[in-house]
Design a binder for this molecule. Structure first.
Ligand code: ACO
Length: 320
């Protein structure tokens, strides 16, 4: 059986960088409140870029690193919940933008766990031999669905995209993944679609992100360690064998608490939310892309873990 190897990683963030101090000029907030509670200082906001353009830029960078021509891409999965179109999928728009004319293309919505879910799905297509390669992209333009009058949520998020190329190989790659959902707890974190007026009923939903921050915090700190232990035990890997843990970059206090709970040195956890804020499905591939640029990944064993609306959560064990 083939193993899905990560052969290229890339990311893209918008041109406009917005600091906590910039936000404090627009609303009643300040750098001290945001940074001390979240570890976030800056985020990027896509003013001129669409979410599918960001996805396409990240994809082209990953393909270039992999040395793969877009025309040879078999599968495109975009993990997102903040695209401009309800249909077509963002993946189809990326396919057009990069010229990957042969690729089966679809979106996957598992919110901030979307990239990890996408890796698991693409891995199945490659393991079975159906496809030789896949692009898995996380791209979010969260700025267009945030409630900019709710200072308790809008300061947390940022826009951006990250992408990986998976290719069928024989030695290293995705070792295993576990993914779950707790639909009954969906009200902790959601964004409704914009409503429509009909002759039969009137409904004006607001396409804004709503969150009970403390419930999400508790959920992440409880469930992420469970799945990390599960995938390590299943694959007979000790936490000492894992070189890096790359969690969804929501909040540094979540990462610190998980490291402490699992008695793992915080140095093994890659964190970059200070620079980007929470970019949802894009946060893990952006982190992997940075790590790859810093030559941190070659030969390393890495656990990635996502958690977010759904509630969804999942992790993958990867040998680079
Ligand atoms: N600036 C200044 N003050 C603020 C701000 C702000 N931006 N936002 C809220 N406050 C005020 C509140 O009004 C409140 O004031 P009050 O006590 O006078 O009413 C006070 O700060 C405290 O608010 P809390 O909500 O209690 O703050 P808390 O310490 O819980 O921190 C936070 C909130 C940062 C959201 C925290 O709950 C958290 O990190 N949760 C995890 C959320 C998360 O990471 N979500 C994303 C994961 S899933 C995904 O990625 C989609």
């Amino acid at each position: 059986m083939k193993i899905a190897k990560i052969s290229g990683i890339g990311h893209y963030v918008p041109e406009l960088k917005v600091s906590n101090n910039d936000l404090s000029k627009l609303m009643d907030t300040n750098d001290e409140w945001i940074y001390s509670r979240t570890g976030i200082r800056n985020r990027y906001i896509a003013v001129s870029e669409t979410s599918y353009e960001m996805a396409g830029f990240a994809a082209l960078r990953a393909l270039e690193k992999a040395g793969l021509d877009p025309i040879d891409v078999d599968l495109i999965i975009v993990a997102t919940f903040s695209g401009e179109y309800a249909t077509p999928s963002m993946a189809c728009l990326v396919q057009k933008a990069i010229g990957a004319v042969k690729a089966m293309s679809f979106d996957l919505n598992a919110a901030c766990s979307g990239f990890v879910y996408g890796i698991d799905v693409a891995d199945q297509f490659i393991k079975t031999g159906k496809y030789k390669n896949a692009l898995v992209i996380g791209s979010e333009k969260l700025s267009q669905i945030l409630d900019w009058e709710d200072r308790s949520t809008c300061v947390l998020f940022g826009d951006g995209a990250g992408a990986v190329v998976l290719e069928a190989g024989d030695d290293v790659g995705i070792i295993d993944s576990v993914n779950y959902a707790i639909g009954e707890a969906y009200e902790c974190l959601y964004a409704k679609n914009v409503g429509n007026k009909t002759p039969f009923y009137e409904e004006q939903n607001e396409h804004k992100l709503m969150m009970n921050g403390q419930d999400v915090f508790q959920f992440a700190c409880k469930k992420v360690p469970e799945i990390l232990y599960e995938v390590m035990e299943k694959n007979q890997v000790n936490q000492e064998d894992v070189d890096y843990f790359v969690l969804h970059q929501a909040n540094v206090r979540i990462v610190t608490k998980i490291a402490k709970r699992m008695k793992i040195s915080i140095d093994k956890f890659y964190v970059n939310m200070e620079a980007y804020g929470n970019t949802s499905a894009a946060s893990i591939p952006i982190a992997l892309s940075e790590m790859s640029e810093k030559n941190m990944l070659i030969g390393k064993k890495v656990l990635i873990a996502g958690f977010g609306a759904g509630l969804t959560y999942g992790c993958s064990l990867i040998q680079f």
